[in-house]
Design a protein. Structure first.
Length: 607
């Protein structure tokens, strides 16, 4: 939903390493998997969810909310199109059928040292930039250096265990870790690293540290054809794309032309779809999905909609409270604020009975807390007894439930009690800090306005107990600037994670990220127990330890009330013009359009 998810989408969540002898120093393997063997063996021709013979050609128009003011995806500054990754290749990509496997893209193979302290990636000899120049190890090193110097903190968080990147020759890149014994940082590097062309960025006075609207040179299946700053961007398929016959690319990227139109208003964007302005949209509003598709093009069959199930672990959509602000520092205050969010009424009256309530930072997965802690979780949590809430050890977390009638008096009474315990009382109709006289204010900052119908009832509920609550909608650039600088009370985020959860945990929940502007630790979490559990998860040698650590982490975060949880959808809701076609079988986990809004395996069936 926010910038962080656009970045994450370009990184491909599905990656990890092969155990055993395949890691022997000097033995090059084409795929990496953390637990067991890769599903797709050497020599496979394509993934099963694509049509390898899909016709190439035709044009598709898509839409994005907001705007953009930069085409430099490396640096923090600037708002980038979510589809910018179409022009780039990463070293490895996921399959969509496994949660912990990755297959070579730019890299044809990788050899991991016995001690897991280093790895050597071999680039494909035929990999080319769009100007015909070979992609080299020097490009990878250049990109690494530029990330260290100018990269966005969120990107850096995936690479913070890499000590050195060096070119052994034109086609071999060696990475050295800060320690030994961990394979996850190698995988993070493989799926995160999309090399930039050194020869292009270092010529004609270009500065990779700055924003730019000049279309960058890429190596991917598309190049940027035209740019209408802030309004639209058009890509054209690279007919002689070097990787078009790779098994990880066959059946993908079938449109000759892809135009992205940008809309500052979500309702206007939907009206444009109804009028035929674009061809494909992911639907994220239950009202529209349930009642909005009754327009002529849908009734006569020119537009259709489908619900695609997915077992992909999802990010937790929620209001994140900025604990850097003193008024939110007390967890009792945060708990009280959460009690006043009547989700059951909202689901009944606004969400049309759709969605599942989020009860974890890792929804739709096996990595979040369920029930009371297991013995393995208690063993990890034990050293922090007395330093974290006691409920972590004894209770299953459940957000407040109501009957959906709008009468949530019990929750309001409990919220009032918690506020009073924390030093806040109602005076002259205003919730006031007893010591300072400060009136409690909460501003909900929003960059699109798409959740106004949900936020506004919450604002009214908060006002009823004396909180000066408000909703402020700003443009995309201002929203990004304010969130980068942590200049907000609360925002809505959807924190996607990779599987198994990895370095992104530090960026979302780690103390070090709390003070780094532009990081994804929006809540400002600085919790030693969370830091320790994150490191346990990252150092784990087996799935069971990862799960125990992330579940324990989840409990610490939940019982500290850093978020007011929303909901999630285990389906992808898609509306499209029937001139488009798509494969019959979707992948088990990852539908490419969930985050990028680009249907990479679809094609034009009718002109």
């Amino acid at each position: 939903m926010r910038r962080v998810f656009a970045v994450a989408a370009t990184l491909f969540a599905l990656a990890a390493p092969i155990p055993g002898p395949a890691w022997a120093d000097g033995v090059a393997v084409p795929a990496l998997k953390q637990f067991g063997e890769p599903q797709f063996k050497p020599g496979f021709t394509h993934f099963p969810h694509v049509n390898p013979d899909a016709p190439k050609g035709g044009a598709v128009t898509l839409a994005e909310p907001g705007s953009f003011d930069s085409l430099n995806g490396l640096v923090l500054r600037g708002v980038k199109p979510r589809t910018l990754g179409l022009i780039s290749d990463s070293l490895m990509v996921g399959s969509g059928w496994e949660l912990d496997a990755a297959y070579g893209a730019l890299a044809e193979s990788v050899a991991v040292a016995d001690d897991r302290g280093s790895a050597v990636f071999t680039l494909r000899a035929d990999a080319r930039w769009h100007d015909g120049v070979a992609v080299t190890a020097q490009d990878v090193v250049f990109t690494w250096d530029m990330i260290q110097a100018h990269g966005a903190p969120f990107i850096k968080s995936f690479l913070d265990h890499i000590a050195k990147v060096e070119a052994l020759d034109d086609h071999r890149v060696k990475i050295t870790l800060t320690g030994t014994g961990e394979i996850k940082p190698i995988i993070d590097f493989a799926v995160t690293m999309s090399p930039q062309p050194k020869h292009w960025w270092t010529s004609n006075g270009r500065d990779i540290s700055k924003t730019t609207l000049e279309p960058p040179l890429g190596s991917g299946p598309y190049r940027i054809k035209t740019v209408d700053a802030g309004r639209s961007i058009t890509y054209e398929r690279v007919a002689d794309y070097w990787g078009k016959d790779l098994p990880v690319r066959r059946g993908f990227y079938n449109f000759d032309s892809v135009k992205i139109d940008f809309y500052r208003d979500d309702d206007v964007m939907f009206e444009a779809f109804k009028a035929g302005g674009y061809d494909f949209r992911g639907e994220y509003r239950a009202q529209r999905w349930t009642t909005g598709y009754d327009f002529p093009a849908f009734k006569d069959g020119r537009v259709a909609k489908i619900a695609v199930p997915s077992e992909l672990p999802l990010g937790a959509q929620a209001f994140r409270l900025n604990t850097r602000r003193a008024k939110f520092a007390d967890p009792r205050v945060r708990e009280a604020i959460g009690l006043l969010f009547d989700f059951d009424w909202i689901r009944k009256n606004i969400l049309y009975g759709q969605y599942e309530r989020t009860v974890s930072n890792f929804p739709n997965s096996d990595f979040g807390a369920k029930g009371t802690p297991s013995p393995a979780e208690l063993a990890l949590l034990g050293p922090f007894r007395g330093k974290i809430p006691e409920r972590v050890f004894t209770q299953a977390y459940e957000p407040a439930k109501t009957d959906g009638s709008g009468n949530n008096r019990a929750q309001t009474r409990e919220a009032t009690r918690l506020f009073k315990e924390a030093g806040w009382e109602t005076r002259n109709g205003k919730l006031t800090n007893v010591k300072t006289g400060e009136v409690m204010t909460i501003e909900f900052l929003d960059g699109t306005g798409s959740l106004s119908r949900v936020i506004q009832p919450y604002v009214e509920a908060l006002r009823r107990i004396g909180i000066d609550a408000s909703l402020r909608i700003v443009d995309t650039a201002q929203y990004q600037a304010r969130t980068d600088e942590f200049d907000f009370d609360t925002i809505v985020t959807n924190m996607n994670f990779f599987t198994p959860p990895g370095s992104e945990l530090r960026g979302y929940f780690g103390s070090a990220a709390a003070t780094v502007q532009g990081s994804a630790n929006y809540a400002g979490i600085r919790e030693p127990a969370a830091d320790a559990l994150i490191e346990t998860a990252l150092a784990a040698k087996d799935l069971e330890t990862v799960q125990a650590a992330t579940r324990a982490l989840d409990r610490v975060l939940l019982w500290n009330f850093y978020m007011v949880p929303h909901w999630y959808n285990p389906e992808n809701w898609i509306a499209y013009k029937t001139r488009l076609a798509f494969p019959a079988t979707p992948p088990k986990y990852d539908q490419d359009y969930r985050n990028t809004n680009f249907p990479a395996t679809w094609w034009v069936a009718q002109p």
